[in-house]
Design a protein around this ligand. Structure first.
Ligand code: MN3
Length: 206
């Protein structure tokens, strides 16, 4: 086993009441673990590729052997997206106002207000048909953009650097929010880890 499931950076109930404990267990030990297992399986016969980081795999999907491209796309994607997701959340008691960070100021400069950025992001997340993610990315000119991707695709595959993603797969919210995706999206704004998102913005650290 080359890739392993990372620990959550907080307890499973730490994101309550916005994300419930049961969803966190299923999402982390169920879904995320499955992406890890399936990635290891896909790379079983390709030791050279096992040496790569998730980021490298996603950046170079086209160079992979054809028979494992789809499996790696889905499962390195799923693995990276969820590892990032857990880090970009924080317990609500530790929440910090994004506007105290450089990234918050950059958002305001670009969108005019934080509320307008949120409204645009919410629209992108709500409009993603089926399963996928909405993202805040930063490009090479330090310009911010909101994009959305299907399934477990992500901005790295598009040569863009993700600051944070919102998971709008039903598995992320259905137990608590049922079919009310906009309510779940709204809840996520209370638990974003802007300190970490800002660090990503400043360093573009892979
Ligand atoms: Mn998910």
């Amino acid at each position: 086993m080359v890739f392993t499931l990372p620990e959550l950076p907080y307890k499973h109930d730490a994101l309550e009441p916005y994300i419930d404990e049961k969803t966190m267990h299923l999402h982390h030990e169920g879904h995320h673990q499955a992406y890890v297992n399936n990635l290891n399986k896909a790379l079983e016969n390709y030791p050279v590729w096992q040496e790569k980081s998730l980021y490298d795999l996603l950046e170079h999907l086209d160079d992979l052997p054809a028979d494992i491209q789809t499996a790696v796309r889905n499962n390195a994607g799923g693995n990276y997206n969820h590892t990032l997701l857990w880090k970009t959340f924080t317990p609500p008691k530790d929440f910090k106002d994004p506007q105290i960070f450089e990234v918050g100021q950059a958002i305001i400069n670009q969108w005019g207000s934080f509320e307008r950025f949120q409204a645009d992001f919410n629209s992108a997340a709500a409009a993603r048909f089926g399963s996928g993610f909405a993202w805040l990315i930063v490009d090479d000119n330090k310009k911010l953009q909101i994009i959305s991707t299907p399934n477990q695709d992500n901005p790295i595959m598009l040569n863009q650097f993700p600051l944070f993603g919102m998971d709008v797969w039903e598995h992320a919210y259905y137990l608590k929010y049922n079919n009310r995706r906009p309510e779940y999206i709204q809840a996520c704004w209370n638990i974003l880890n802007w300190e970490y998102i800002n660090e990503r913005y400043l360093t573009s650290q892979k």
